[in-house]
Design a protein around this ligand. Structure first.
Ligand code: SAH
Length: 242
């Protein structure tokens, strides 16, 4: 998969692409990441990428020229349809909120082109001219599209076959319902068996796989029903008995 990121802050991604599953997928040759610095496509010697909005008001907007010119160089033309296998993703709080099924969809693409906005957003001609999918990370406003772009890249890359060592772990993650579960992952423990007075549910150390599965299903359902009660005491404690 080819992922091209258009941003005025390409160096944000320098570390990001060198760690974890993004690094693994790049090393495996499954993913290639292209950083496109929008400033390199500005038309003046100050490398300006923003300007004041017509009609007045606060803030600046991302100018059309650097974005159109960068997309020209990537071989992407204005129009109603993206090339086969390519998805053009516009980071935008007004877009459709990113969900696990979107990540699955993106992971199946041959090429993702991700435009990160800044300032008050985009000159509307950028929005109108290309067949963007408008993607929001959630109902809140960040200062730029770089963090949403990273969320998409991390979330999609871990779904590519062979990137996570154990393929089953993706299936057992939250939002990938496994048989009997209701969407959210159950709680987990590792060694030591006791730490600062806190133990591990006995059943998980019993070696009884049927009972362990059953406990995990129940805990998964519990996590789902507790989800909206953030901060209350029950959320913090997990069932200790099978
Ligand atoms: N004036 C805009 C916000 C601009 S924030 C509005 O009120 O809708 C600047 C840029 O940050 C946006 O263009 C977008 O690329 C990015 N951004 C901010 N919040 C985001 C979110 N929740 N999801 C995706 N991108 C976001």
């Amino acid at each position: 998969m080819q992922i091209d990121i258009l941003t005025i802050f390409p160096s944000f991604f320098d570390e990001f692409i060198q760690h974890g599953m993004v690094r693994v997928a790049r090393k495996q040759g499954q993913v290639e990441i292209g950083m496109i610095d929008l400033r390199a496509f500005s038309e003046d010697r100050h490398r300006t990428v923003d300007d004041r909005p017509y009609g007045g008001g606060p803030g600046m907007l991302l100018k059309p020229e650097p974005v159109f010119r960068a997309l020209d160089v990537l071989g992407l033309q204005p129009g109603d349809q993206a090339p086969e296998g390519t998805k053009l993703l516009l980071m935008c709080p007004r877009g459709k909120q990113l969900g696990q099924s979107d990540l699955e969809d993106f992971a199946g693409a041959e090429r993702l082109v991700i435009l990160c906005g800044r300032y008050e957003g985009y000159d509307e001609r950028i929005v109108e001219a290309y067949p963007w999918q408008h993607v929001s990370l959630g109902d809140y406003v960040l200062s730029g599209g770089e963090v949403p772009a990273m969320a998409i890249i991390e979330g999609a890359i871990r779904l590519l076959p062979g990137v996570l060592g154990d393929g089953e772990s993706v299936l057992r993650d939250s939002f990938n319902a496994w048989p009997g579960a209701e969407g959210l992952d159950h709680a987990h423990w590792t060694r030591p068996p006791e730490y600062r007075g806190r133990g591990v549910p006995e059943v998980l150390r019993s070696g009884d796989h049927g009972a362990i599965e059953e406990w995990r299903r129940r805990d998964s359902r519990r996590q789902s029903s507790n989800r909206d009660r953030s901060g209350d005491e029950e959320q913090k404690t997990t069932e200790q008995e099978p």
